[in-house]
Unconditional design. Structure first.
Lengths: 247, 271
């Protein structure tokens, strides 16, 4: 069980001739809860796509433990509002990639959907149209969908985008709770460092095309923040929580 | 009222317009949801262009139409994303290309003007038995494919990125969708014409989406609207000597108007 879930060895990620990130060396273990932080356009989502196998490395290698199951949670605003699906439909869809075409969606599958809706705290919205939900509830529905295949690792892309402060806390509490109770590894990218720092165990800053994970206590210093955001930022502790603010 | 359906060409018209209408109305739900309505008219135009090419050269009309449609299917399925040109601008280019070629081919073929009208509005009153059998067989095969692959299509169209993370080849499913649509369009373009194909792909689905929220209900109501319109189209065209396909398309539009009014009233009442 000590074998890493995912391992990057000297990985280079490029779009055509343009190299976005290079020399990526890190591994994700089964009990990890990691945050990938970087300025807009720094390559956070590219790393995420490489982890999911959507972007192939132009150098080095990415290996994943045999049979590892990913639960991907995209940004909720990427889904087109015109699709008339209920929350139940959306969560059920999470099984469609794995169900063979001839296999029926049966009662056991439906029971599984209800169970993950309950874990995401949205069982009572199961018959509501997904497009009519608030941003926070949409995010919960997508998290439920990611859980429906019993993933080894939850991969979240900017899960608190467009949410108010209460929504951010609610989603992060849910993710932390799932990490603890379901023993699922969590990888999330965010540009909101304030939201992430008080939840993750390890944090990785993207700095001028370089990247590496650090334990949360070691990494979080003002020099690292300067290198990431090129802006003077201060770290303070308020009621036991870390807060980052502009100087 | 129904004695007209004992006349062979009338019931054949009803069968062909019901089969094609039902299929296009079913697939039209995906077309409207995916915002590719104009891609569907460009495909219809490609089928028509192939038909015109067949008239000019003497090649088999259906095979020629199928070849042109498959060419358009490949273009739509695999054209690379280009930041500077939107997908709908690209669709406009394809539509303009096949429309222009159709007119050029017809201008140089004998009986071009009459054929031009037929390609646009179809001719459901001159359907042969062989055409009915071929259309029925393709209808069954296409519908079966859509039922069997329903879950894959839905997932890939709603959230392609997540579908990819689960190992679905989104390019393949996209191609298969356009391929099935293209084959049905090329098989029916001689009878339904560009106008009825396009109307059947867009209007029943739009109408159903205005009235209902559940995806399966929307599929069912869309098909029902196409069937009612097919019946009304054949009935009124026989009764008042109107062009069949055009009357069918006009009926779909007539059904849309009260549906839009109902949806508007319901929305205002809900406020």
């Amino acid at each position: 069980m000590n074998e890493p879930l995912i391992e990057f060895r000297g990985v280079k990620l490029s779009y055509g001739a343009k190299t976005v990130l290079s020399d990526l060396n890190f591994s994700i273990n089964g009990d990890d809860f990691v945050g990938i932080i970087g300025a807009n356009g720094s390559g956070k989502t590219t790393i995420l796509k490489a982890i999911l196998g959507l972007v192939r490395p132009s150098g080095g290698s990415i290996s994943a433990r045999r049979g590892v199951v990913y639960g991907y949670v995209p940004q909720s605003n990427t889904m087109d509002r015109v699709f008339p699906f209920t929350v139940f439909d959306v969560v059920k869809m999470g099984m469609y990639g794995r169900l063979s075409v001839m296999k029926r969606f049966n009662k056991a599958h439906a029971g599984k959907v209800v169970s993950v809706l309950s874990q995401a705290g949205i069982e009572r919205y199961r018959n509501v149209a997904y497009r009519d939900l608030s941003g926070g509830l949409k995010q919960r529905a997508l998290i439920a969908r990611a859980l429906v295949n019993d993933p080894d690792v939850l991969v979240l892309d900017e899960p608190t985008n467009d949410l108010d402060i209460a929504g951010e806390k609610s989603i992060m509490d849910l993710v932390e709770n799932l990490h603890r109770t379901r023993r699922v590894a969590v990888i999330m990218v965010s540009h909101l460092v304030n939201v992430v720092i008080n939840y993750v165990k390890k944090i990785g800053f993207i700095d001028a095309g370089k990247f590496g994970f650090h334990a949360i206590g070691d990494a979080l210093n003002e020099t690292e923040l300067w290198q990431t955001y090129h802006s003077k930022l201060r770290i303070a502790t308020v009621f036991g929580k870390k807060v980052i603010m502009p100087e | 009222m129904f004695e007209m359906f004992a006349i062979p060409f009338v019931w054949k018209a009803l069968v062909i317009s019901s089969l094609t209408g039902a299929f296009f109305a079913f697939v039209g739900v995906y077309v409207v949801l995916r915002r590719i309505v104009f891609a569907s008219i460009a495909l219809s135009q490609a089928a028509a262009c192939g038909f015109a090419f067949g008239l000019l050269t003497g090649f088999n009309l259906h095979l020629s139409s199928l070849a042109f449609t498959l060419f358009a299917v490949i273009i739509f399925s695999f054209h690379a994303e280009e930041k500077r040109i939107t997908a709908e601008s690209f669709t406009a280019f394809i539509y303009a290309l096949f429309s222009a070629l159709s007119v050029i081919f017809l201008a140089k073929s004998s009986g071009g003007e009459g054929a031009l009208v037929n390609i646009f509005s179809g001719n459901i009153l001159t359907v042969s038995n062989a055409e009915i059998y071929v259309t029925a067989a393709l209808f069954c095969a296409s519908l079966l494919a859509h039922i069997v692959f329903y879950r894959k299509f839905i997932f890939v169209f709603f959230d392609p990125e997540t579908a990819k993370t689960q190992g679905l080849n989104t390019s393949f499913w996209n191609f298969l969708f356009y391929l099935i649509l293209g084959v049905m369009l090329s098989a029916s373009i001689k009878t339904t014409g560009v106008l009825l194909s396009f109307a059947s792909l867009a209007i029943p689905a739009m109408t159903a989406m205005l009235l209902f929220e559940r995806i399966k209900t929307i599929f069912a109501v869309s098909v029902l609207i196409a069937l009612v319109s097919a019946f009304a189209g054949v009935y009124f065209s026989f009764r008042w000597d109107l062009p069949g396909g055009t009357t069918n398309a006009a009926t779909m539009c007539l059904v849309f108007v009260p549906a839009a009014l109902t949806a508007g009233i319901r929305k205002n009442l809900a406020k």
